[in-house]
Design a protein. Structure first.
Length: 287
């Protein structure tokens, strides 16, 4: 098991270079900028903080010149000026030229959506080349915002995620070496959101589509819960579990793997990327 260093994080000034839809609910935005030469990450689920312009603004306003005091100064900016901060996972980092990809979930951007889109979804749906953002990310490749850290002797990888975790899960599956046994369960809104995941591992990937299972299961529960409970897992001495997505679903699955499967809790990584009915600002305040 490796140990993350308390790596320094810094701001990166970036601009959009291209966008590509991945399905009705997902869009990939590619960013570039001279600062990216100082961006380093060797993790599959690298967490990032993205700052986008407030409504009506063309640039994200974050008082980074204040050094460690930027956070409080940013919070004190007027609502119509303060940049919107959202947490995302790095999908890809490329060199020559330096670029990164971030995949955005588009909640509520359709005209008849029951719940209006949030500021990040609206921004991503309309993003064009040249749009400016700020990114708070790592300057050291091995850092504390990387959570997928399987032990060297891991003999089975178990992964669950909803659409917010698809980028991280995709990177995890792609990174698994040949011969690695893995079972992966992913949940998305539409069948068109399903992606082909290339891997050399012995991986079984099962997708669950919310549109096709309306009314099934229990409200607030992962669609995959029944399938995961019924799954016949191969014998393993050192399994590694990684689950991320909506907080209540993550908690239920952690209870299953630790309580029902009796997997050592130290081998179970769980991350609540979001919480049903709460914005990121509300979630941050509650924490």
């Amino acid at each position: 098991m490796t140990t993350a260093v308390a790596a320094p994080f810094r701001f990166f000034s970036l601009q959009v270079v291209r966008t590509r839809p991945l399905g009705p609910s997902l869009v990939r935005v590619s960013f570039a900028g001279d600062d990216l030469q100082h961006f380093h990450s060797n993790g599959c689920d690298q967490s990032l903080s993205l700052f986008i312009p407030a409504e009506g603004q063309t640039e994200p306003h974050v008082p980074i010149e204040l050094g460690d005091g930027w956070w409080q100064a940013w919070r004190e900016l007027p609502d119509d000026v303060r940049a919107v901060m959202r947490s995302y996972t790095l999908r890809a980092l490329r060199r020559g030229p330096d670029e990164i990809d971030i995949d955005f979930v588009l909640h509520g951007v359709e005209p008849d959506a029951a719940t209006p889109a949030g500021p990040a979804s609206r921004w991503a749906a309309q993003a064009t080349a040249g749009d400016r953002v700020l990114l708070l990310g790592p300057a050291v490749a091995d850092n504390r915002a990387i959570r997928f850290r399987p032990a060297d002797d891991t003999d089975l990888v178990l992964v669950w995620g909803d659409e917010t975790a698809v980028p991280a899960v995709s990177a995890i599956v792609e990174s698994l070496p040949a011969g690695t046994r893995a079972k992966v369960w992913l949940e998305v809104q539409h069948a068109e959101d399903i992606q082909d995941l290339a891997t050399e591992a012995d991986a079984e990937v099962t997708w669950f589509v919310r549109d096709q299972q309306a009314g099934d299961g229990t409200e607030g529960s992962p669609m995959a819960l029944g399938a995961i409970r019924d799954a016949q897992l191969p014998p393993a001495e050192r399994p590694c579990v990684w689950i991320a997505g909506e907080s209540s679903c993550v908690k239920q699955l952690r209870r299953h793997f630790v309580g029902e499967r009796r997997i050592d809790r130290r081998s179970v990584t769980f991350v609540g990327y979001w919480r049903q009915g709460m914005t990121e600002e509300q979630l941050r305040a509650a924490e």
